[in-house]
Design a protein around this ligand. Sequence first.
Ligand code: NAG
Ligand code: NAG
Ligand code: NAG
Ligand code: NAG
Ligand code: NAG
Ligand code: NAG
Ligand code: NAG
Ligand code: NAG
Ligand code: NAG
Ligand code: NAG
Ligand code: NAG
Ligand code: NAG
Length: 412
Amino acid sequence: MVCFRFSPVPGSGLVLLCLVLGAVSSYALELNLTDSGKATCLYAKWQMNFTIRYETTSKSYKTVTVSDLSTATYNGSTCGEDQNGPKIAVQFGSGFSWVVNFTKEGSTYSIDGISFSYNISDNTTFPDAKDKGILTVYDPVRFRIPLNNIFRCNSLSTLEKDDVVQYYWDVHVQAFVQNGTVSTKEFLCEKDRTSTTVAPITPTTTPAPTTTPIPKEKPEVGSYSVNNSNGTCLLATMGLQLNVTYEKVASIININPNTTDFTGNCHPQSALLRLNSSNIKFLDFVFAVKNENRFYLKEVNISMYLVNGSVFSIANNNLSYWDAPLGSSYMCNKEQTVSVSGAFQINTFDLRVQPFNVMEGKYSTAEECSADSDLNFLIPVAVGVALGFLIIVVFISYMIGRRKSRTGYQSV
Ligand SMILES: *[C@@H]1O[C@H](CO)[C@@H](O)[C@H](O)[C@H]1NC(C)=O
Ligand SMILES: *[C@@H]1O[C@H](CO)[C@@H](O)[C@H](O)[C@H]1NC(C)=O
Ligand SMILES: *[C@@H]1O[C@H](CO)[C@@H](O)[C@H](O)[C@H]1NC(C)=O
Ligand SMILES: *[C@@H]1O[C@H](CO)[C@@H](O)[C@H](O)[C@H]1NC(C)=O
Ligand SMILES: *[C@@H]1O[C@H](CO)[C@@H](O)[C@H](O)[C@H]1NC(C)=O
Ligand SMILES: *[C@@H]1O[C@H](CO)[C@@H](O)[C@H](O)[C@H]1NC(C)=O
Ligand SMILES: *[C@@H]1O[C@H](CO)[C@@H](O)[C@H](O)[C@H]1NC(C)=O
Ligand SMILES: *[C@@H]1O[C@H](CO)[C@@H](O)[C@H](O)[C@H]1NC(C)=O
Ligand SMILES: *[C@@H]1O[C@H](CO)[C@@H](O)[C@H](O)[C@H]1NC(C)=O
Ligand SMILES: *[C@@H]1O[C@H](CO)[C@@H](O)[C@H](O)[C@H]1NC(C)=O
Ligand SMILES: *[C@@H]1O[C@H](CO)[C@@H](O)[C@H](O)[C@H]1NC(C)=O
Ligand SMILES: *[C@@H]1O[C@H](CO)[C@@H](O)[C@H](O)[C@H]1NC(C)=O
């Protein structure tokens, strides 16, 4: 098989064009669904085949392989409307039907499940089958993918359920395509990741491995607050970007304040701000008082679902960030990093927090981080320049005054 790799339309992602030499052994399916405005809303290109085991009338078992997908039609595929999400429906061969559906949750979308049906009554494909009728297997897949990322899995994936084994490879799929442009950001399946992180044995000659692209955009700034019986007792305004390293791959997740809930509590010596969203079970910021006159961020706990469905949890109660006097707020407009562990960091943007002594729901005066004071260096410079100028003016006046008085003496 000879493959050419090219990118015909900017932003359409890599398209593999394969010239299959010799027997057609596999058939790549491709679907480019457009919405009413002719903008691409779902894109998929993949290969698959199936083996099905069935019982015969003579109580023995037979296995058939279904790999000829050249007759595939895509009736029923949709980008989804209000009630139903997007789905890809494929029909092929003698009554085979394959459907995958997608759902959107917050800033991610999921490949929800794959359903495969076959007509075992068809005695040319399933000779001597004991059963009759349409049989269906359903596999909940629940792959989570960040929105505006194309899922890629070149490696072979196998789904085994009841009597059916499904094989998938060279998978590229993006649902909820934004602005009609298939993303160039690839979200790799675990097997592709490990093959790219393990692959470079001679790093000097091989090109850099393609890892998950990271969103470079700044996270949106959210405003969070906690109330007690006396009103607002904790205020926080910040853009949050999580950096999770899992199996050697760093994922950058921006927290979308629109889809994030917050709660918390306030005590005299400690305060808690807890965020949660569809993929974050909880993200806790625990503040404490030290020396009875300052507060700081003491503890961060997180438990979140990763794209592959596993749960990532980290806690550190020995931190020391965002330190400021009680009765004031802490502010840092520059990007700052809270390093919770080697595998988990939080990048903060346009941060302002006040976990104690909030008066009338408003921030008190801010103590700024040292990074921000880079901006303020202009003030001393300006003062210095002004002072220097003043000295020069005074000196010149003095010289002129001296000359005047000298001429005065001469005239006498
Ligand atoms: C999908 O179809 C649209 C409209 O026909 C086209 O503009 C776009 O380039 C196609 N995308 C891919 C990846 O084939
Ligand atoms: C089905 O796919 C697997 C994985 O690519 C391959 O090993 C196998 O030969 C294929 N079967 C057929 C009948 O093409
Ligand atoms: C798919 O739709 C086409 C035309 O819309 C139709 O001719 C064909 O019979 C349909 N195929 C199936 C399997 O429903
Ligand atoms: C996806 O399809 C399966 C079965 O076909 C169904 O049970 C499930 O509810 C569907 N999910 C969504 C979100 O439509
Ligand atoms: C299943 O196959 C049998 C035999 O070919 C056929 O009579 C029947 O209509 C098929 N069922 C469906 C739902 O296509
Ligand atoms: C398939 O079934 C039909 C009747 O349903 C029968 O006439 C035919 O001989 C069968 N073919 C095979 C290959 O078993
Ligand atoms: C889609 O278009 C809107 C408005 O033109 C823009 O704000 C947004 O960033 C675009 N999204 C993507 C993923 O290109
Ligand atoms: C509310 O304010 C009063 C008076 O300042 C104070 O005594 C009380 O402890 C506060 N209650 C809470 C829950 O903070
Ligand atoms: C907290 O109380 C203020 C008024 O004191 C109210 O405006 C605000 O909505 C409350 N916030 C929450 C999160 O309950
Ligand atoms: C994420 O963390 C990794 C490992 O600590 C680090 O190398 C990388 O620069 C971080 N990325 C960002 C955007 O903070
Ligand atoms: C959050 O909501 C605001 C206003 O409704 C909107 O302008 C913004 O684009 C939303 N942000 C995200 C990341 O969805
Ligand atoms: C946050 O957690 C609460 C309580 O567990 C839950 O009701 C809510 O739906 C969650 N919020 C989001 C955005 O998932």
